[in-house]
Design a binder for this molecule. Structure first.
Ligand code: ASP
Length: 341
């Protein structure tokens, strides 16, 4: 009898010990630090703005630094007031970009850069992350606010992108505000163009000033938009990333809203804005990590930067140039504008 009881006792003991271990593993663990497990507070709204990348300290541009900071502050204030009072992210994107298009400091609308022929060709796009609707125009020459026309493409046409003459004719049909081509002209941009003509091989360090906005509204809808005159001295007919959905602009409520600025060819090649969203969707990266991976590991130093906001209101402003005009605000009280690293 003794010989058979001992193994049973041993088995029973091991079984009880195993149950104790399993129960301990299943029990809620107290980390001793409530903040570790607490969900991140979700921002009710958030807005982030860029006014272009590619600036370097020490050039003529420092003289107007305070003006840029003031304009960025006004842009972020406008986005904040729209979103705070329950406005939509799409309205915030369109109205803030319109403000920057009307501001001659920025390379969008008035103040757009000159192309090789000394003329202006403007590009813009806008996207809603709620239903993936989007609209864009490329190479427009008489439209005062290309971002507003991009929104008309999105809402009043069944298409996504109009270019050149087609975009101008579409502008006629929706009654978009028109200007004469010399409306965009500023002395500063003309001087940059002249320098570019004289030194075509010089690295492109000139301040660019493209305008972009990404926003999250109180309904949880994301939107993004971008508007630009392109690159100084660009070839006639050249179209950059700004009107290309997925390259310069992207928004998807499941992930984030993004607007880029920099060398458009690289942003198109690597589908930069969509790539950030895809890294969040497919690899479950945070916005911050996804944006850093694309800007620092996919793009080359000096190519440009992005601004973005995710569905939780987290904000990213990442660039690989010496500076990027930028600003952000959210419902948690954040408010900032900056230029340099
Ligand atoms: N990405 C724009 C373009 O290539 C320029 C810029 O962002 O400064 O047209």
């Amino acid at each position: 009898v003794r010989r058979t009881t001992a193994p049973f006792a041993l088995v029973a003991l091991v079984a009880v010990a195993a149950l104790v271990v399993i129960a301990a593993c299943d029990a809620p663990r107290n980390t001793g630090n409530a903040a570790v497990d607490a969900p991140r507070p979700r921002a009710e709204w958030a807005v982030v703005v860029h006014g272009g990348a590619g600036v370097i300290p020490g050039n003529e541009y420092e003289a107007v630094e305070q003006q840029y900071l003031d304009s960025l502050t006004a842009a972020v204030e406008l986005g904040k007031s729209i979103l705070e009072s329950g406005g939509t992210s799409l309205d915030a994107v369109e109205r803030v970009i319109t403000l920057l298009e009307d501001d001659p400091l920025f390379n969008a609308g008035k103040g757009a850069v000159f192309n090789q022929e000394g003329r202006h060709e403007l590009d813009a796009s806008i996207m809603s992350g709620r239903d993936m609707s989007c609209g864009a125009v490329a190479g427009v020459t008489t439209v005062k606010n290309p971002i507003a026309l991009a929104r008309e493409v999105m809402e009043a046409s069944k298409h996504v992108l109009f270019a050149g003459d087609g975009a101008e004719r579409f502008a006629d049909t929706v009654g978009a505000e028109r200007v004469s081509p010399d409306y965009y002209w500023t002395e500063r941009r003309r001087e940059q163009w002249r320098r570019r003509q004289e030194n075509p091989d010089e690295p492109d360090f000139l301040p660019r000033g493209t305008a972009g906005v990404a926003a999250l509204d109180r309904d949880g809808n994301l939107a993004a938009g971008t508007s630009t005159g392109g690159l100084t001295g660009k070839a006639f007919g050249r179209i950059g990333d700004s009107p290309i959905v997925g390259a310069g602009t992207y928004a998807d409520n499941r992930t984030c809203a993004v607007s880029g600025t920099g060398k458009g060819e690289e942003f198109i090649r690597y589908a930069v804005a969509h790539r950030i969203s895809a890294l969040m969707e497919y690899r479950d990266l945070t916005l911050e990590r996804a944006a850093a991976e694309v800007v620092h590991d996919v793009l080359q130093p000096g190519d440009g930067g992005i601004i973005a906001v995710d569905r939780d209101g987290n904000i990213a402003m990442v660039f690989n140039t010496h500076g990027m005009f930028r600003g952000a605000a959210d419902s948690g009280g954040r408010f900032e504008v900056a230029i340099w690293e």
